[in-house]
Design a protein around this ligand. Structure first.
Ligand code: ME8
Length: 763
């Protein structure tokens, strides 16, 4: 175990206000930092904002303020949000701070003195969005992001990147863990093998940057400026460089996958040139997608973390605002770490967030804590009971035996940044303890058992459950720190931040400990919560806070010129038949951005908010002949063609086919059967109560001849959730269970081979 741990997030551009994509990286970093600290490791967690460059200069100009005023405002928004969410960054660096500026100038001087920077001239295509020179003919769009590029001709300082090709490849070879995950490592290695050209590291076409010492009309290339933050924030080259001496090299740079090249090629080359040690590892995660595409300001499909804090905060109306925020932050943290396989892209939706919250936090962990501790309150006056002196009962429960393995699997998965797996392991333990309580029913007194015997048995059972909760809580503290802290104090263990969570030994919970005050942890969320968040997002969608709304409906000169160059790019690409896709994307992007700028700024014409997927879809046609439990899909329209909706003519479909839009009208969801019973005087019908994550439905299914009611309890099934209700035998049926219909009409319920969360949508 290392005795120090330094981890960083990217420093975020201040041209856009924070959204949950930025929160994602920062939350992950916070969870790692908390775990390291809880293991007693001296930890330093850095985040901050990237405030120089042409992109910021232009955004400020559009906002009618100076770049510094602009950066001050947006940087503060990032800081405030991290505070609201209780993120435990040890430092927040801003690239406009003197401590950074001076150190970057020292860094440039060092590179120049060591012979790795020289002056030359350069003409090429520059992508302002990526802040990067790209290989593209004049007028062509950026091959990376598809946006228009600008022809820039400058006398520049160059960094001798080409001198590092071989050394970098050797370094990757010797340090197989430097770039994670493996797929990114391969991507970087093939990029470097493709050949490295010297890199222009200064600009003269704008001023908003750090002047090159001794040649002040040049400003430092924004990526060199930004990457250096990882050492300037530690006081490198300053009078007090103690932090640098303690923490450098970084143990982990966490980044999104789109900036891996900057971190794994340029940054190590700069450090090699400066003669400084290289970071130990760069880990690139995937993107949060919303409505299937990367959440980003320019696409206008962002979700703000504040929306989730407020949406969930409303479930605890009696708490002070700051505590509501921390509660909402836990819900978001758990969702992001559990739901998304770290390293891969993942979809975000309010629906999925609420389902996961209800299933794992409200019904799972929260419910387990509350039933265990309230029974200790009821039967043992709120004192942790003494288990049987031999401890044999306690030790023999399989999950108690399993817990050391839970601890080691959790640790190994978490430390390999496989958060989803780690949490899955912890929640398997939650389910095991829950099942144990239900099986042993400490609230019941079996016949023939004396009060005394029953109390001794209860002591064993409740001690065992409470001790398991203590261990699970210690494990999951980095992920849901606020809830875990509450559970810790409800267990009578005081402040979790001061606890030693390193050595989790079974029976660490002292019998006789007085429980703290009990209060509900995770009230159930419902459709209201989803609607509230969708509405909040809708209300906030039109105006990127960083950019005040334009007064007029005219596109700005910047957009007119972007549009123009996109059109030119499209023309060139079409004429030469090269890179048409990117050109079309750039063209569409420029149009969309211009439309957003001209009408998006006006509240009365707000562009549609990113909630469409969450609106209830219209009900599909009711099929009167459709016996419950016998169809996979509703029937295709009898005509074989689909009526064109109002508006532009819809394409005619081949006979017997439905369009994807038709299919998406059917809302198929995973449900879990909670109650199943026969309907009197109906041989085929069962009455089911099915949990859909956000609500419980009564559904009547014609499956009684194939399934005994008790065999269905707990089973996960597929439900057509938006079927109009109908009455059968005087009972309302709200939905339909999907089943294959075999010969003779025997139904076989559809199900899954892998575990799926209740409420998940099938599409
Ligand atoms: O690139 N999904 O800043 P940036 C997941 N200033 N993560 C996302 C995301 C999404 N949809 N959107 C943003 C910069 N991120 C530079 C970095 S570092 C020396 C300079 C996260 O504001 C993710 O970590 O564009 C991504 O790499 C970062 O924000 C990009 O932030």
């Amino acid at each position: 175990m290392p005795d120090k741990f330094y981890l960083t997030t990217p420093i975020y551009y201040v041209n856009a206000r924070p959204h949950i994509g930025h929160a994602y990286t920062t939350i992950v970093a916070d969870a790692i930092a908390r775990r390291q600290r809880s293991l007693g490791v001296d930890t330093w967690f850095l985040t901050g904002t990237d405030e120089h460059g042409q992109k910021i200069e232009r955004s400020a100009e559009a906002a009618g303020c100076t770049p510094q005023q602009f950066a001050d405002r947006v940087s503060q928004e990032f800081k405030n949000l991290w505070d609201r969410m209780g993120l435990t960054c040890d430092d927040f660096i801003r690239t406009t701070e003197p401590r950074h500026i001076l150190a970057v100038q020292n860094f440039i001087t060092l590179l120049r003195d060591r012979g790795f920077i020289y002056k030359g001239s350069y003409t090429g295509q520059y992508c302002v969005f990526d802040e990067l020179y790209v290989e593209a003919p004049p007028g062509a769009p950026c091959p990376d992001c598809g946006r228009p590029t600008e022809t820039v001709s400058e006398e520049n300082y160059f960094f001798k990147l080409s001198a590092f090709e071989r050394r970098l490849l050797e370094f990757y070879d010797e340090h197989p863990d430097f770039i994670r995950p493996e797929s990114r490592r391969n991507e970087v290695i093939s990029f470097v093998k493709g050949g490295l050209r010297d890199l222009s590291v200064s600009r003269t076409s704008f001023n908003w940057g750090i002047p090159i010492p001794g040649d002040e009309k040049h400003v430092v290339y924004v990526w060199l400026d930004a990457l250096a933050n990882y050492i300037t924030a530690l006081g490198w080259s300053s009078a007090d460089d103690s932090k640098y001496k303690t923490f450098w090299p970084a143990d982990l740079h966490l980044v999104g996958k789109e900036i891996i090249r900057f971190h794994c090629v340029y940054w190590p080359a700069f450090l090699m040139a400066a003669g400084l040690p290289l970071p130990k590892s760069v880990h690139a995660h995937g993107w949060l997608l919303f409505e299937e595409s990367k959440m980003s300001k320019s696409r206008g499909n962002i979700v703000r973390a504040e929306t989730i804090l407020e949406g969930f905060g409303a479930l605890k109306p009696d708490l002070p605002k700051a505590e509501q925020d921390l509660f909402g932050a836990d819900a978001l943290r758990y969702f992001l770490l559990r739901e998304i396989a770290f390293g891969q892209d993942g979809n975000f939706s309010f629906d999925a967030l609420v389902q996961r919250y209800n299933a794992d936090l409200a019904n799972g962990y929260g419910n387990l804590v509350s039933r265990t501790l309230s029974m200790i309150g009821r039967y043992f006056d709120g004192l942790v009971p003494y288990p049987a002196s031999s401890g044999s009962v306690v030790q023999s429960h399989s999950f108690a035996v399993e817990l050391p393995r839970t601890i080691s699997t959790f640790a190994a998965s978490f430390d390999a940044l496989d958060f989803s797996r780690a949490l899955e392991t912890a929640w398997a333990a939650v389910a095991a303890v829950d099942g144990y309580l239900t099986a042993n029913a400490p609230w019941k007194q079996p016949e023939g058992v004396s009060d005394e015997q029953q109390q001794a048995l209860r002591a064993d059972i409740l001690y065992t459950a409470a001790e398991a909760i203590r261990i699970i809580t210690a494990l999951v503290y980095p992920v849901i720190p606020n809830a875990a802290a509450q559970v810790w104090s409800q267990l009578g263990l005081g402040d979790i931040r001061k606890a030693d969570l390193k050595n989790l030994q079974w029976r660490g919970l002292k019998p006789g400990t007085k429980l703290g005050e009990l209060s509900p942890l995770f009230p159930r969320a419902d459709k209201e919560t989803i609607t509230r968040m969708s509405e909040l997002e809708q209300k906030n969608a039109p105006a990127p806070a960083a950019t005040p709304e334009p007064e007029t409906a005219e596109p700005s000169p910047a957009h007119t010129s972007k549009l123009k160059s996109a059109i030119e790019g499209l023309a060139v690409a079409m004429a030469e038949s090269t890179n048409e896709t990117a050109a079309v994307a750039a063209f569409e992007g420029a149009i969309a951005e211009t439309v957003r700028e001209t009408i998006g700024g006006r509240k009365d014409q707000a562009p549609s908010a990113p909630v469409a997927a969450l609106q209830p879809t219209p009900s599909g046609p009711e099929d009167a002949t459709n016996l419950p439990g016998t169809r996979i899909l509703p029937p295709a329209p009898a005509t074989g063609t689909v009526a064109a909706p109002a508006g532009p003519a819809a394409p005619t479909l081949p006979e017997g086919k439905i369009s994807i839009d038709d299919f998406s009208k059917v809302e198929l969801r995973v449900g879990q059967i909670k109650v199943a019973e026969r309907v009197p005087k109906a041989d085929k019908l069962l009455r089911l109560e099915v949990d859909l994550g956000t609500e419980t439905r009564q559904i009547l299914a014609g499956i009684a001849e194939a399934y005994a009611p008790e065999s269905l309890i707990g089973r996960k099934v597929v439900i057509v959730a938006n079927l109009a209700p109908r009455k059968l035998r005087g009972l309302e049926s709200n939905g339909m269970i999907v089943a294959a219909s075999l010969e003779g009409g025997r139904p076989v319920l559809a199900g899954f081979l892998e575990d799926v969360p209740v409420g998940a949508r099938l599409k």
